[in-house]
Write a protein that binds this ligand. Sequence first.
Ligand SMILES: Nc1nc2c(ncn2[C@@H]2O[C@H](COP(=O)(O)OP(=O)(O)O)[C@@H](O)[C@H]2O)c(=O)[nH]1
Ligand SMILES: [Mg+2]
Length: 261
Amino acid sequence: MKFKKFIALICTFAFMFSNLINVHAEYYNMALVGDSKAGKTSVFKRMCEDTFDSEHILTIGASFHTLSTVSGNSVRIWDTAGREEYQKFIPLYLRGAKIVVICSDITCQDSINNIDKWKKMVEDSECSEDVMVVWMINKIDLEKTEDAVKRDEINDIASANGIKHIIYTSAKMDDGIKELKEMLCRLANEFFATETAVRKEAEANAAYKEAETNAALVKKLLMGTVLTAVAGAVIGTICLIRNWLVNNRPQSLPNNYEIKT
Ligand SMILES: Nc1nc2c(ncn2[C@@H]2O[C@H](COP(=O)(O)OP(=O)(O)O)[C@@H](O)[C@H]2O)c(=O)[nH]1
Ligand SMILES: [Mg+2]
C-alpha cells in the first residue's frame, strides 16, 4: 500500500514537472500554406506519419504535429486549410513562423500562378522577421503529364516573386519530403544553438555588470568606513588637545586678591 502511494506521488510530480516543461517549451514553427488540394495535408502526413492517402480529406482550420530533432529541439509543423472560407484564419498560424512553405500543385497552373497571392499573405503576416519562404512544388510524380507546368516557367515565376528557395516533392512517392524534413530540423537546431549562444552571452554580460556594481558598492562602503574612522580620529585628537589645554592653562589671580605685605 505504502509502495503504491509512493508511486502515485512520483507520478503526480512527474506530471506536474512535464506540464511545467511544456509551458516553457519553445517551438520552431513551420507553416504549410497554399491552394486547396495542392497536397499540404499529404506532405504533412508524409513528414509526420510517413503515410499517404489518395483521398482529399478537407482540412478544417488547421492542425499541428510536433517533431523532435536529434538535438532535442521541438519543431512544430502547422497544416492550414487552403479553402477560401478558411483563409482569413491563416495569419493566426503564420504568427511567429520561422519557415513558411507555400505548397503548389505542379499539374495546376492556377496553383502555380497564385504564388504571388500567398507570398503577399506571408509578407503581411506577423511571421518571424527573418522568415524563410520555401516554394514547394508538389505532385512531381505527375510531372510528365500534359497539364504539368514546366520547371523553366516555375523558375521564372519564382524570380519574378523574389522566391529564393524551391523544393520539388511528391507526397505520394515520398520524394523530396525527407530533404524538407532534414532542412527543417537542421535550421531549427541552428536557430536554437544561436539563441542559446546569444542568451549565454547576455547572461555573462549581466553577471559581469552585477559584479561590477557590487565591486563599486564595496569600494564606496570601504571609503565611507575609512573616512568615518579618519574623521573620528581627528575629532578625538582635537577633543584630547582641548581637554589638555583646559586642564593645564595657567591660573589667573582673582580680581579681589590682595597681596598682604
Ligand atoms: N499524384 C499525387 N497526388 C497527390 C500528391 N499529394 C497529394 N495528392 C493528392 O491530392 C489531393 C489533395 O491532397 P491534400 O493533401 O488533401 O491537399 P490539401 O488540400 O492541400 O491539404 C488528394 O487526393 C491527394 O491524394 C502527390 O504527391 N502526388
Ligand atoms: Mg489539407
